[in-house]
Design a protein around this ligand. Structure first.
Ligand code: PRP
Ligand code: URA
Length: 209
């Protein structure tokens, strides 16, 4: 059973406060999304298995640990998820990156898939799906469903801001998925935007509005 982790680390919460502000411009917004993603990744990878090795330092042989077990993949949901990728693969250079393009139909709010390119060996990897926003949960649930159909067995979802409605959808559709969020907000508005949220994450990452 996957758990819900709300990350109340002071650094994450401080950066999130700036991210939410309507006065934060595109450059700073993009930098903050990356920084928060890195901090969330640090925590979300805490349970990765390691194995003992020995390393010869200039002084002596040290007992050390390196990552073992399944290789990793990061899968951003386009567009806004792209803002979380670079800092994560800086931390985990061996991770491969898959892309799933989904947009929400403005009327129905249902996700529409328009692009997908995944690593050939995705089914053998532990997958981190990243997207700053979990609103109705439709996009994340569809992306996870697709990854499962491709054979993925161990999936973690990382969102910066979630609505309770979206978290409930992930719990219902994918109870096995571990969910990491920096904030659980109050609700969705009539346009399925998160309240108070931060507005449209894709537009704010890429400056399209
Ligand atoms: C946003 C966001 C998520 C989705 C969340 O993307 O980045 O992917 O909405 O909403 P949901 O939980 O109700 O599905 P959007 O569809 O606006 O596309 P964009 O990233 O290209 O702007
Ligand atoms: N997508 C966003 O970018 N923001 C929201 O509040 C909801 C969906």
């Amino acid at each position: 059973m996957g758990e819900l982790h709300v990350m109340d680390h002071p650094l994450i919460q401080h950066k999130l406060s700036i991210l939410r502000s309507e006065r934060t411009g595109v450059k700073e917004f993009r930098e903050l999304v990356g920084e928060i993603a890195a901090l969330m990744c640090y925590e979300a990878t805490r349970d990765l298995p390691t194995e003992d090795i020995e390393v010869k330092t200039p002084i002596a042989v040290a007992k050390a640990r390196v990552l073992s077990g399944k290789k990793l993949a990061v899968v951003p949901i386009l567009r806004a998820g792209l803002g979380m990728v670079d800092t994560i693969i800086d931390l985990i250079p061996s991770a491969k990156v898959g892309h799933i393009g989904l947009y929400r139909d403005p009327e129905t709010h249902e996700p529409v898939k328009y692009y997908c390119k995944l690593p050939a060996d995705i089914s053998e990897r532990r997958v981190f799906v990243v997207d700053p926003m979990l609103a109705t949960g439709g996009s994340a649930s569809a992306a996870i469903q697709f990854l499962k159909e491709e054979g993925c067995r161990t999936i973690t979802l990382m969102n910066i801001i979630a609505a309770p409605e979206g978290a409930a959808v992930i719990r219902r559709d994918h109870p096995d998925v571990e969910l990491y969020v920096a904030a659980m907000d109050e609700k969705l508005d009539e346009h399925a935007y998160i309240v108070p949220g931060l507005g449209d994450a894709g537009d704010r990452v890429f400056g399209t509005k």
